[in-house]
Write a protein that binds this ligand. Structure first.
Ligand code: AMP
Ligand code: FES
Ligand code: ZN
Ligand code: ZN
Length: 314
């Protein structure tokens, strides 16, 4: 297999694009494509301040690397979730994120959930009785709440996450299987800023997961290989595996599924555009962040519930 650009031996073959590239040209192609997506979807400009949510995984570390290389003004945010899972998951991902920031002289904000709210994510999940024994729901709620709070408090224009095509296609698959119109209308590369919610962007949403793995390895980025220990057996992983089966037989299926959805949504042919549900937000009475619920937002209700049952901790 030969590189499409220089004819040398290819190191990455992308069947979905009918294209193979050598290491050097692959390392150029990924940032070039990212730049194209940032412009195409009007994500942000070089005059805006970007906060990259970095988990220590290959996607978000690569995203930070790419944005800085492209000359964007991008700082990092790491959230300490306090997940051990027998492998010191959070400690190790924190160490690798710190190392990346130091090596590249980048600014990293670190917020530890236990220090901030008194308990780690697994404990908060247990004592608030949310999520049926798995901390993933409380974790997602907390990450969304904290990312938005910090991006706004620190004056960033936009919050970027490392979601790739496999992530986006799996979410889309789930929302389609259940025909969730509100979620379908909100899914996309950009969620515009509104009423106290920071603009959110996913610059890697058109890259396959294996492309991002290849990028991180080719670039020599040290990242945490393990998935979150609680992810095992999740519906999301099942959807990813199902889509991979389709992809193996028909290369490009995942990309077409996602891109055609974006086109259909944009054209309004399949989805009737209505006012998004969050149009009627008001500030939470406890933390001031936007919520559609009366009184407290769902994060603060979870904290309140956790605080009411401290004795159940043992
Ligand atoms: P996940 O929900 O774990 O698939 O992660 C999706 C994206 O959320 C990652 O690519 C990161 O941008 C962000 N993210 C996940 N975990 C963290 C964390 N602990 N700190 C900061 N950002 C995170
Ligand atoms: Fe949050 Fe796994 S429970 S990353
Ligand atoms: Zn080449
Ligand atoms: Zn609140």
């Amino acid at each position: 297999m030969k590189c499409k650009k220089c004819g040398e031996k290819a190191s990455v073959n992308m069947r979905q694009h009918r294209m193979a590239l050598c290491r050097e040209h692959f390392l150029e192609w990924i940032p070039d494509q990212t730049e194209r997506f940032i412009k195409k979807y009007n994500m942000f400009t070089r005059n805006e301040k970007v906060l990259v949510a970095v988990s220590g995984g290959k996607d978000s570390l690569s995203l930070w690397d790419i944005l800085v290389r492209l000359g964007y003004n991008a700082d990092g945010l790491y959230l300490g979730l306090g997940i051990d899972g027998g492998i010191g998951y959070s400690d190790e991902s924190h160490r690798l994120t710190d190392e990346f920031a130091n090596k590249n002289n980048l600014k990293l904000h670190v917020v530890d959930i236990e220090k901030e709210y008194g308990h780690s994510i697994p404990v908060l999940s247990e004592i608030s009785h949310r999520g049926h024994g798995k901390p993933c729901a409380v974790c997602g709620l907390t990450k969304r709440h904290e990312m938005n709070r910090i991006a706004r408090d620190l004056g960033y224009d936009v919050l970027a996450t490392g979601h790739n095509l496999d992530d986006e296609a799996a979410v889309l698959f789930g929302n389609t299987l259940h025909w969730e119109p509100d979620y379908l209308l909100r899914q996309g590369p950009v969620l515009p800023e509104m009423e106290g919610l920071a603009r959110k962007v996913k610059p890697l949403c058109r890259f396959y997961e294996r492309e991002m793995t290849a990028y991180a390895i080719a670039r020599g980025i040290e990242y945490i290989y393990e998935e979150c220990p609680f992810a095992e057996g999740s519906t999301q992983i099942f959807y990813k595996e199902s889509l991979n089966q389709l992809e193996n037989v028909r290369p490009g299926t995942k990309l077409t599924f996602y891109l055609r959805f974006l086109e259909a949504r944009q054209s309004g042919e399949l989805f009737v555009k209505k006012e998004p549900a969050q149009a009627h937000l008001h500030p939470c009475e406890r933390c001031g962040q936007p919520t559609s619920a009366p009184g407290f937002c769902s994060f603060c209700r979870m904290l309140e519930k956790a605080a009411l049952q401290p004795t159940e901790l043992q």
